[in-house]
Write a protein of this length. Sequence first.
Length: 271
Amino acid sequence: MHPVFLRIGQFELRYYGLMYVIAFVVGFFLIRAEARRRGLPLSGEDVLDLFLVVVPLGLVFARAYYVAFKWDWYREDPWEIFKLWHGGLAIHGGLLGGGLALWLFSRWKRVRPWALADTVAPALILGQALGRIGNLLNGDAYGVPTSLPWGIVFPPGSPAGEAFPGQPLHPTMLYEFLGNLILFGVLWRLRRRPAKDGFLACLYFMGYSVVRGLVSCVRGDSLWLGPIRAAHLASGVLFLAFGAWLLSGRLWQPDQPGECREAGQPRQGSR
């Protein structure tokens, strides 16, 4: 298990970064194709603009969320905050920043925000799955010790190897990779179903909350809020909130003719 994919002199390309680059490229083509299918007025340049807004805000919020919970450690070496290859991106912070960026982008491009969220959801969960491969090769987002035959002993120098030297650990990165991949398959299959704006986004938040909630039970690097894992609290809130909206709005049903829509926005339903 080696975190560096390519080294040329002082330049290093790590698997952690490489997997995110792959996720961005794959996400670009999926979002562009899905936007066209849905009839959203987004060109390839618009999708690039979306990435330029969402990715920086998502990374900043993901890092800030993690650092806030680990401030007692980071204040001893503030420069460590900028070393993203050491791990330390909290997905719930990233969702907060990404959601804000998505809303700002929808106002900029005059696209219905929840229609845009439905378009992005499958690509997002696939990108998260690819990112977990980077976590595996980097040795972060690791699990607690286990006696199960598929436990992995991480090498010295990796975050997992430093936390639990010489001990086989739950490969939580692979657990979440598989869970995210299954959720991607569900969203991709249901994306053609006629439904109200927000249907796929709700399924994404609810499905990922279940995946992350289960995996967090055996995470060895969880963030804590008192006696509660922060991931469990955040996942529970998201599941209940979006589940209530899905049920109360009957989002699995298509819009009715003549239903009120955002001012100035034509209907851009599924085709």
